[in-house]
Design a binder for this molecule. Structure first.
Ligand code: ADP
Ligand code: MG
Length: 701
């Protein structure tokens, strides 16, 4: 085959032409033969099975039905006409609907002749209807070439409107196989093929499009998923290696005065081994010539803040400024107060910048940053504004990474002439291989140990009908001197309703917990920041015993005396959110409790979430369940998983294949870093082609 054959524009394929090529490009992003070849079926229809009309389900799946047209009529509607044919079998009646092509249909379709129709069904009232079905007479259907499994390709309405149906796409791909005799260049090395018993590229491509049976399909899928993930890993790993060689960082050579002073005189507790290890890893990065880009994962309460502080001291010791960014104003404020207290007896200038910082203060702050008088800036997104300029930002730390996008992270890069070292901290742990795949450009450290003396939080699930008992329990705990959180969901879609729930809840709590015996704080998103701070402050100081809040308190807030977390409508929260909320208690020496309140109506997923929460305190385990339930898109911001642009592999479901792929990519780069060995030529070839096609990758390297 001509090596550039697959780069041929699809317009040149027999049966495509410029118009169809345009549609393929705009709808599916298909430009070349290669793109078309890699348009993998979403699923396969077992064309040996037929549905009866009374078996149809409004599931959106494609179905095949045998029946007869008994009646055709034109229905006038506001926006054009529609042709509706009544289609029956011995079990019932459904509608076939066309919005275009009426003339052809009326002339060609015959009443009372058996047809096989194929398409998606929708239900309107009690009648099923199939828009623009593919159909052929039963006779023709029985004579036709029968593929055991009919591939269903991704498509769009516009494509089928232009006559590019599933069948047409299938034909195009057949044509492509004909023209190159089914031979495609291999992209993996013989040793990998051999070791993993993979089928060849040509066999895999054939069987993904025209599977003879389930077994061959499974082999084809495995081979193609592996290959896809393998090349993603190869790219990520080599990018990371290259970044380390190319982008000069600012080496922090000194472990100096401030770091040592803090460590010896002000550290309020002994560091855990995990904290020590992680600080060492970070110090290694900071001391090298490369720019650090590191993700610090640690469960809620594992003590990431102190690690952040000690890294900031390293930066200060080397004459640099540093900043710490948090996703909410409450959290930024809390970090600021906490750090100020830890640094109370040291000569270090620290300031807070949030959306509600006054203009006069801001101006002062900007000056101090620019002339280098300020060592540490703590803040929210406000830190990213262009007006905020540092004299020499050496290290930027981002807390609770999942709330920040990649774009924001890159803004930090540009806050200094040489990009600052970057540490992102997250309490939403995800499995390591997954993290590496999603954040391929980050190195990863994990704090996998909690500070000593923590009692595991006891978690229970209670129905709303048991509320009185729960209230009794709260009263007992308050008598013992503890403080209580009660959290309500606030989800944007139904904000007004949620807000009402919150206020109703507040009123009923006030009734059951009357003043002056009980003092109650309330914090929610509609309050002014100053009022929020005031209420928060009262709770932190122990002036109020109950904190009623929405999820604004989800991240980071630290009140060690609070020992009970009650989560209302817990079925409406995601797992990672529940885990975050629970992490607000269990921070002191007392036994802590988390009570998940729900109604009796629970979906299967909600039940799994509740059981998981009751069953474990381990954030990593919870994250795995969460991933299975939700997929990584939700967890990490769809942006990141979308970036990988996977065609066949699923980063969650195919986690095992991902691990294998990563292992082989690492081994390969170890043994043959520049892919020079003859046996790796197929890999080098495929890889260079991929890189040439992706301008963004070139840009990064
Ligand atoms: P997170 O990782 O959730 O941000 P924090 O940094 O807020 O956790 O730490 C949680 C609590 O644990 C804080 O009160 C902190 O002072 C305390 N802490 C952190 N490290 C240790 C340690 N090594 N020993 C005892 N307490 C610690
Ligand atoms: Mg924290």
């Amino acid at each position: 085959m001509n090596p550039n054959f697959l780069q041929t524009p699809v317009a040149y394929l027999k049966g495509v032409g410029p118009n169809r090529a345009d549609a393929l490009k705009s709808e599916l992003g298909i430009e070349t033969f290669k793109d078309l070849l890699h348009l993998f079926p979403n699923r396969y229809l077992d064309k040996t099975s037929y549905y009866k009309i009374n078996q149809l389900q409004p599931s959106g799946a494609d179905v095949q039905v045998i029946g007869k047209l008994v009646h055709i009529k034109i229905v006038e509607q506001k926006r054009g006409k529609r042709l509706v044919a009544s289609f029956v079998d011995e079990t019932g009646q459904m509608d076939l609907v066309w919005f275009r092509g009426h003339k052809w249909i009326k002339e060609n379709l015959k009443l009372n002749e058996p047809y096989v129709v194929f398409g998606k069904v929708n239900k309107y009232g009690s009648t099923f209807s199939m828009p623009h079905p593919e159909m052929e007479t039963l006779q023709k259907h029985q004579q036709g070439l029968k593929l055991a499994m009919q591939p269903i390709y991704p498509s769009t309405e516009k494509l089928s409107n232009k006559g590019i149906t599933n069948r047409v796409i299938g034909k195009m791909i057949q044509q492509l196989f004909l023209e190159c005799k089914g031979q495609f260049p291999e992209s993996l090395s013989p040793s990998i093929l051999d070791e993993l018993k993979l089928i060849t590229k040509s066999a895999a491509l054939f069987n993904i499009h025209f599977p003879k049976n389930q077994e061959l399909l499974a082999k084809a899928r495995f081979r193609l998923k592996f290959e896809e993930l393998f090349f993603v890993q190869l790219r990520l790993i080599s990018q990371n290696l290259r970044r380390k060689q190319k982008i000069k960082g600012m080496p922090f050579g000194n472990v100096g005065e401030k770091f040592t002073e803090f460590f010896e005189n002000h550290l309020p507790f002994e560091l855990t081994n995990a904290q020590k290890r992680v600080i060492k890893e970070i110090r290694g990065d900071l001391g090298s010539n490369a720019q650090m880009n590191r993700l610090l994962q640690g469960d809620v309460g594992s003590g990431k803040t102190i690690v952040a502080l000690m890294c900031m001291l390293l930066a200060i010791d080397n004459g640099f400024q540093t900043c710490l960014m948090a996703p909410t104003e409450i959290l930024a404020t809390q970090h600021y107060n906490g750090l100020k207290e830890l640094l109370a007896n040291m000569d270090i200038k620290i300031a807070l910048l949030t959306g509600s910082t006054k203009k006069s203060e801001r101006t002062l702050l900007h000056n101090q940053l620019e002339n280098g008088n300020l060592n540490i800036l703590v803040g929210t997104h406000a830190v990213l504004e262009d007006k905020v300029q540092f004299q020499n930002l050496g290290l930027a730390i981002v807390d609770e990474q999942h709330r920040f996008g990649v774009a924001q992270r890159s803004k930090l890069w540009h806050k200094n002439q040489i990009p600052p070292h970057i540490l992102v901290m997250t309490a939403t742990p995800i499995p390591r291989t997954l993290a590496m795949s999603l954040y391929g450009d980050l190195d990863i450290s994990v704090i996998d140990e909690l500070p000593p003396g923590r009692k595991p939080i006891k978690t229970v699930h209670r129905y709303d009908s048991n509320r009185l008992k729960v209230f009794g329990f709260i009263k007992d705990e308050i008598k013992k001197g503890r403080q209580i959180y009660i959290v309500y969901p606030l989800i944007q879609e139904s904000e007004a309703l949620d807000y009402k729930d919150l206020m109703d809840g507040y009123e009923s709590i006030v009734r059951d917990f009357p003043q002056p015996d009980y003092q109650i704080s309330i914090v929610h998103g509609k309050m002014k920041p100053a009022d929020k701070d005031y209420e928060m402050e009262r709770f932190v100081k122990g002036e109020t015993q109950i904190m009623i809040a929405t999820t604004v308190i989800e991240v980071g807030v630290n009140v060690p005396n609070a020992s009970v977390m009650i989560i209302e409508s817990a079925e409406r929260f995601g797992l990672s959110q529940l885990h975050q909320l629970r992490g607000r208690v269990g921070r002191g020496a007392e036994q802590s409790f988390c009570i998940l309140m729900t109604s009796h109506k629970l979906s299967e997923d909600a039940k799994t979430r509740l059981q998981t929460m009751v069953g474990t305190n381990d954030g990593f385990k919870i994250a795995e369940v969460d991933l299975k339930l939700r997929g990584p898109g939700d967890l990490m911001g769809t942006q990141q998983s979308g970036m990988l642009n996977l065609k066949i592999a699923d980063i969650v479901k195919d986690n095992q294949i991902l691990k294998t792929a990563r292992y082989h990519a690492v081994q390969l780069l170890k043994q043959d870093p520049r892919l020079e060995k003859a046996e790796n030529a197929p890999i080098l070839n495929a890889y260079s082609k991929m890189m040439a096609n992706k301008t963004i990758w070139n840009y990064i390297s």
